[in-house]
Design a binder for this molecule. Structure first.
Ligand code: AP5
Ligand code: ZN
Length: 216
């Protein structure tokens, strides 16, 4: 199954993706994770991406599209994939359609997680991530059993550099002006599924599974 996850920063895309890839046995492709890894490793891609990510701005389309094109060509995507955080502009959506058409494939479901702007700020500033395995927690909404330590692997938890109040504001503005218009694009293709992302994490997972199985 070929799945896209959409929604504003902090809507729960990463949290739900971790669960859905286990259920549907498809690889999780997050452009945000790819940029953060490249930034950590200090590769040329990472140095370029950092200029934008650190300001809460979108990375230019030609850079982002190249990453996705290379990733989708890998063998583990043959049985499907979950793209999280891509596409984020109309140009990226059209590029993705072109890549998939070349492969004789298309998107099966676009899941849009809907969360009110006021709640997103609380979610993002309280988010903590495992340095070792990348699992996501929240200091209030989804705390680890032991403060600062990952439940799954014992790794140390950290806060993302773009999760400050000022940068979250810029990220939300980028979402509204450049990404939100894509919902109409996918709605007109008949593949969009709207999910209430403000419910409890488990309930959101149940609603996404229903959507992907066509029982929503
Ligand atoms: P990216 O990493 O994709 O960030 P994002 O879209 O801003 O999304 P987040 O990862 O912040 O949020 P999420 O929806 O995954 O929420 P999460 O599950 O963690 O992108 C980062 C940057 O990279 C961009 O700003 C841009 O610069 C660049 N970039 C990436 N893709 C790009 C592209 N295609 N084009 C150009 N540039 C690109 O949840 C948030 C918190 O809430 C967590 O603490 C979680 O525990 C908690 N939570 C989740 N669900 C619930 C719930 N139901 N109830 C209570 N708490 C919850
Ligand atoms: Zn971990």
């Amino acid at each position: 199954m070929n799945i896209l996850f959409m929604g504003p920063p902090g809507a729960g895309k990463g949290t739900q993706a971790e669960r859905i890839v286990d259920t549907f046995k498809v690889p999780h492709i997050s452009t945000g994770d790819a940029f953060r890894l490249a930034m950590k490793q200090g590769t040329p891609l990472g140095v370029k991406a950092k200029e934008f990510v650190d300001q809460g701005l979108l990375v230019p389309d030609e850079i982002t599209n190249g990453i996705v094109r290379d990733r989708l060509a890998q063998e583990d995507c043959n049985g499907g994939f979950l793209l999280d955080g891509f596409p984020r502009t109309l140009q990226q959506a059209e590029a993705l359609d072109g890549m998939l058409a070349e492969m004789g494939r298309s998107i099966d479901h676009v899941v849009n997680l809907k969360v009110d702007r006021g709640l997103l700020l609380a979610r993002l500033t309280g988010r903590r991530i495992c340095k070792s395995c990348g699992s996501t927690y929240h200091v209030m909404f989804n705390p680890p059993k032991q403060e600062g330590v990952c439940d799954k692997c014992g790794g140390e938890l950290y806060q993302r550099s773009d999760d400050t109040e000022a940068k979250v504001g810029t990220r939300l503005d980028e979402y509204i002006s450049k990404t939100a218009p894509l919902l109409e694009y996918y709605s007109s293709k008949g593949v969009l599924c709207e999910v209430d992302g403000e419910k409890e994490i488990d309930e959101v997972t149940t609603d996404i599974v229903s959507c992907l199985r066509g029982t929503a």
